[in-house]
Design a protein around this ligand. Sequence first.
Ligand code: P6P
Length: 335
Amino acid sequence: DHNKLALPVGATLDRFIMRKQEDFPYATGELSQLLRDIALAAKIVNREINRSGLIDIAGAFGGQNVQGEDQQKLDVVANIRFIRALRNGGEVCTIISEEDEDMIQTGNLQGKYVVAIDPLDGSSNIDVNVSIGTIFSIYRRVSATGREGTAADCLQPGTHQVAAGYVIYGSSTMLVYTTGNGVNGFTYEPSLGEFFLSHPSIQTPATGTVYSVNEGSSESFEPGVAAFVRQCKERNFSARYIGSLVADFHRNLLKGGIYFYPATAKSPTGKLRLMYECNPLAFIVEQAGGKSSNGSRRTMEIEPKLLHERCPVFIGSKELVEQVEQFIVRESAAA
Ligand code: P6P
């Protein structure tokens, strides 16, 4: 039937969501609405980011931006925009945000979903004009509706995600997401205010020749990780590290490669956060045929204990993640 026909490149995000909802006969449309709410917030944040240069100029002289507000950091602005869109959309009862220590209750007591979000990752890159991104995870609440979401609703393992995605604000703005049936990429056309399907059914290459890690910390890498880096150099891999997770991840997803943020002296359990950085990207990479682990454990099977807990992450082409895992096993056995 027509549902099974792949949508043509150029289909709008709205049509894609509607068509995919038809694939779920019992879908009530709430998840579809939630995805639309996220896309709306992404359009608004995209505009703020693109204007941020001008606002900064205004800010630099008057101390205030064109709206006469005190200059707010863009990651604060993005956080406000996404929380407002999710609250107004009505589908989300509780949010975990990188910007807020505690759970955020939206007041939507009937909301069936919980969202974990990094509203603007890599924000230290904004004022040097490097690509940045929003990363999000969507879970169904486990507690009964009619009351606020609980810690148990928020601390679910990544295998419970119903959807995950990211927005990359780069040379063009893209939304890439999965609902567990493959990964699709949409490119934003600002003049029309629409996301268009540009990368249908993304599959990441089984291997690659790019490795992305901050080698400034390599003195404190564990032996297996150091051995893997040596192998990358022996094989004349390309070192590509933008220092903006979404940008590094997106390039490796499309071209093949591995990103890793291992345990280091400065970050003994890794730097990246499990709930709104590692798990959503792990869901996407697995749906695209890749792999994500903490060096020994599948990222999505890690049982979260804390909202903002960090974990080491090795993510990208399946064969490269498996190679570094083998080095870690071999070197720790030898130790
Ligand atoms: P480091 C940005 O601050 C971030 O969270 C990711 O976007 C990025 O990959 C990583 O941290 C960079 O960290 O320690 O290499 O500067």
